[in-house]
Design a protein around this ligand. Structure first.
Ligand code: PBG
Ligand code: ZN
Length: 324
């Protein structure tokens, strides 16, 4: 018998494969995004993101009940307001869609951990993530004042955690100070720290009606070619008080997730975004790829170093019993 290194011994059957498996996924790792709209009795499938829906607040409460029964413990809320204007007033109104949604969920299902996405692009008539200057750039410091107001109004409505996704400079520090001033010292901030100007957001922008009316987001979101800059963005956000940091998107940026994990000690969150979801969903639906590709993909995100994954697949996988 020749003496060679043998690795196949540890792949002989499913028991030993499970014993030596290095990476696992549980429902505790998932954050599930939900879209909430004005109205009543609405559960409307999103064309570009099959299996995801626009919910009115009443139907959202029912959905949350179902999610809890499936073992999903955390949701990330996106609001689509009835009215948009230059400064996104509906984003910080006490009667805003997110504020109503959070209050309703917390009233009926206080055990659901509710994270609110904090941005202005769904609320501004121009679709940019902040307040515009006269020459139509996004005014960083003016935008901070609005982000602070929105964050406080989310916290007042009962949000458990705030997730700013605007990519303005200094927003984590500003939001932290505003939350603290209002007594929300225990409300964590999960910052979209390394958020790239990505084409993978297309389906989301349909779903959230948040595409910019002119130009693009390249003056605030990151250049896909950069990785050292991502570490700098994350470092600044941690210094400013971010409790968790997000890398977004996930799949084309697994190297960034790995570097973030190796460099920092805060929880690293990967956002498996709408385009990544829809690509796989369509391939599976059309029998081009096996359904198992979904688990393979999510495992790759965890193996890269993510502690948590924001994913539109969460409910489906829980339902299928593939993740528990
Ligand atoms: C906006 C925002 C975006 C996403 C969440 N919040 C992207 C964008 O329009 O720039 C994308 C989420 C996804 O694609 O699933 N600040
Ligand atoms: Zn935005």
């Amino acid at each position: 018998m020749i003496n060679i290194n043998r690795t196949r011994r540890l792949r002989k059957n499913s028991a030993i494969r499970a014993m030596v498996r290095e990476t696992s996924i549980s429902l505790d790792d998932f954050i599930y995004p939900l879209f909430v709209v004005e109205g009543e009795g609405i559960k409307r499938e999103i064309e570009s993101m099959k299996g995801n829906y626009h919910f009115s607040v009443d139907m959202l409460v029912k959905e949350v009940e179902e999610l809890l029964a499936l073992g999903i413990k955390s949701v990330l809320l996106f609001g689509i307001p009835g009215e948009k204007d230059e400064v996104g007033s509906a984003a910080f109104s006490d009667q805003g869609i997110i504020q109503k949604a959070v209050r309703a969920i917390k009233e009926h299902h206080p055990e659901m951990y509710v994270i609110t996405d904090l941005c202005m692009c769904e609320y501004t008539c121009h679709g940019h993530c902040g307040i515009l200057t006269d020459d139509k750039d996004v005014d960083n410091d003016k935008t901070l004042e609005y982000l602070g107001k929105i964050a406080v109004s989310h916290a007042k409505a009962g949000a458990d955690m705030i997730a700013p996704s605007d990519m303005m400079d200094g927003r984590v520090k500003y939001i932290r100070e505003e939350l603290d001033k209002e007594g929300f010292v225990n409300t964590p901030i999960m910052s979209y720290s390394a958020k790239y100007a990505s084409n993978y957001y297309g389906p989301f922008r349909d779903a959230a009606d948040s595409a910019p009316a002119f130009g693009d987001r390249k003056t605030y979101q990151m250049d896909p070619a950069n990785s050292r800059e991502a570490l700098r963005e994350i470092q600044y956000d941690i210094e400013e008080g971010a409790d968790l940091v997000i890398v977004k998107p996930a799949l084309a940026y697994l190297d960034i997730i790995r570097q973030a994990r190796d460099t920092f000690n805060v929880p690293i969150v990967a956002y498996n975004v709408s385009g990544e979801y829809s690509m796989l969903k369509l391939a599976v639906e059309n029998n081009i790829l096996s359904e198992d590709v979904i688990m393979e993909t999510l495992i790759s995100i965890k193996r890269a170093g993510a502690d948590l994954i924001i994913t539109y697949f969460a409910k489906e996988l829980a339902k299928l019993g593939l993740v528990r």
